[in-house]
Write a protein that binds this ligand. Structure first.
Ligand code: FE2
Ligand code: FE2
Length: 130
C-alpha cells in the first residue's frame, strides 16, 4: 500500500507545510499591514486551521492506539493555550510583541513536528508496513 492511500497521513504531512506558511504569512502581515480587521480574520483562520490539524492527529492517534498519545496530547494542549494567549492579547499588544508571540509558536510547532509528530508518523508507517 502506498503512503498516498493513507489519506490521514498525507493530510497531516500537507497540513504541516501549510501550517508554517500560514504563520509566516501572518508574521509578514503583522509587520506590514495596518488593517486590524484583516489580521483578526487571519488569526481566526490560523486558529481554525490549528484546531482541525491537532484534532486530526488526535483522531489518528486514537485510531491506531498510539502509545505516545498522552504525552502528545499534552503538547497539543500547550500549543492551543499559547495560541489562545496570543490571539486574546492581539488587540492590546504592539506589533513586535505579537510577532514575538507568533515566532515562539512557530518555533514550538517546528520542534513539536520534529520530536512528536515525526515519531507518530513513523509509528504509523511501521504499523502499516509503509
Ligand atoms: Fe502533533
Ligand atoms: Fe502536527
Amino acid at each position: 500500500m502506498k503512503v498516498t492511500e493513507h489519506s490521514e497521513l498525507s493530510r497531516i504531512n500537507e497540513q504541516h507545510s501549510k501550517y508554517i506558511k500560514i504563520i509566516d504569512g501572518l508574521c509578514v502581515s503583522v509587520m506590514t499591514e495596518d488593517k486590524p480587521v484583516l489580521m483578526r480574520q487571519m488569526f481566526s483562520y490560523f486558529t481554525e486551521y490549528s484546531k482541525s490539524h491537532l484534532e486530526l492527529e488526535e483522531y489518528l492517534m486514537k485510531k491506531i492506539a498510539y502509545p505516545g498519545y498522552d504525552l502528545h496530547l499534552t503538547e497539543h494542549q500547550a500549543l492551543r493555550s499559547n495560541l489562545k494567549t496570543v490571539f486574546q492579547n492581539f488587540g492590546f499588544l504592539d506589533r513586535q510583541s505579537i510577532l514575538n508571540g507568533l515566532l515562539e509558536i512557530k518555533n514550538d510547532l517546528i520542534s513539536h513536528i520534529r520530536t512528536a509528530d515525526m515519531p507518530l508518523i513513523n509509528y504509523y508507517k511501521e504499523q502499516h508496513k509503509l
